[in-house]
Write a protein that binds this ligand. Structure first.
Ligand code: SAH
Ligand code: SF4
Length: 334
């Protein structure tokens, strides 16, 4: 627009550091430029179509995404805000729906609707922060664990990550941002070379290839040995470890033998295991028994593997892991 270059930085700072979304409030810009900018551009955030508040304080947002300038079709996605005592965690989507087809996950039933743009990915964080502006704690954690497989929408996810982690923008610490993948090996290898990147979490979910292929068809393409080998080569930063998520499906993958096999799989990695008791949906699986959960964790711990049980929040409003599958009628939000 023929303005001095630092005007660009000012706009960037106003949007991402100060979270101002109305050009009229960009007080650091001269009025004449503000007016020209408003004629040429608009700041558009995902629109909250629905807001479900859980008994535990978790908020599940159904956000409407419009057609956008990228020629994308309108759709909805889900974003989850989880307040805690000293921090908040925001779980964001990387795609509308998902093509990976894990059998225990409700998002899979949507299929892939479309990839999100970088703006739509950051927009979820901005909406969640803005909506809770009065009650924000000093620390914000971001988890790319909503709808979609982030490593199958690589460029927009990394572009969004760079802005989220930029100290001059949203300033999320790289220690507080985690990307979870079903194990897309080329994506993991690519991420290893990124200068700015979130922590890595892998959805393991099974202890043998046969078992994993049954519930995660992606395992036929990227089987366990290759997955573990890729993790072993992954260049961890000094403070970093890889998190393995393991959804406990009652009677399917929750035996002590499974736990011993998981311990062997991760034995040579700097790793931690998060056990996630399955959250029900209209799918043919069962919640694990409480004793099985504890025995599984203890078996891992006894073998020297750091393991934690993670009960998902927001189950009463379908905000928990694997429950994000709401597709509003796209026409109604266009
Ligand atoms: N697509 C990525 C990011 C989503 S993260 C991935 O799969 O890793 C969602 C996490 O929730 C994954 O670890 C997944 O295995 C887990 N999950 C899916 N459905 C679940 C369910 N019904 N109960 C508990 N966890 C589930
Ligand atoms: Fe997709 Fe992750 Fe659900 Fe699998 S678990 S279908 S990869 S969102």
């Amino acid at each position: 627009m023929g303005e001095l270059a630092y005007r660009g930085s000012q706009v960037y700072h106003s949007i991402y550091a100060e979270r101002r979304f109305d050009l009229a409030n960009f007080s650091n810009l001269p009025a004449a430029f503000r007016k020209r900018l408003a004629e040429a551009a608009a700041i558009e955030l995902p629109r909250a179509v629905r807001r479900h508040v859980s008994m535990d304080g978790t908020v599940r947002y159904v956000l409407g995404l419009s057609a956008s300038s990228h020629g994308q079709k309108p759709t909805t996605i889900e974003t989850v805000f989880m307040p805690e005592e000293n921090r908040q965690t925001i779980c964001i989507s990387s795609q509308a729906g998902c093509a990976v087809d894990c059998q225990f996950c409700l998002t899979a039933t949507l299929g892939l609707v479309r990839n999100l743009t970088a703006g739509e990915i950051i927009g979820q964080v901005l909406v969640a922060l803005d909506d809770n502006a009065g009650a924000l704690k000093p620390q914000t954690n971001i988890v790319l664990m909503g709808q979609g497989e982030p490593l199958l929408n690589y460029e927009p996810v990394m572009a969004a990550t760079r802005i989220l982690l930029d100290p001059g923008a949203l300033a999320i610490s790289p220690k507080h941002a985690t990307l979870s993948t079903s194990g897309i090996l080329p994506g993991i290898e690519r991420m290893a070379h990124e200068k700015v990147r979130p922590k890595l979490a892998i959805s393991l979910n099974a202890s043998t290839n046969e078992q994993r292929s049954q519930i995660m068809p992606i395992n036929k393409k990227y089987p366990l040995e290759a997955l573990i080998e890729t993790c072993a080569r992954y260049p961890l930063r000094p403070w970093e470890h890889i998190t393995f998520e393991y959804v406990l499906l009652g009677g399917f993958n929750d035996s002590a033998e499974d736990a011993r096999r998981v311990a062997r799989l991760v034995a040579n990695l700097r790793a931690k295991v998060n056990l996630i008791p399955w959250n029900p949906g209209d799918l043919p699986y069962h919640k694990p028994d409480a004793e099985r959960i504890e025995e599984f964790r203890r078996t891992l711990t006894d073998k020297g593997v750091r393991a934690f049980v993670r009960y998902s929040r927001g189950q009463d409003v379908m905000a928990a892991c694997g429950q994000l599958a709401l597709l509003e009628n796209a026409a109604s939000i266009a």
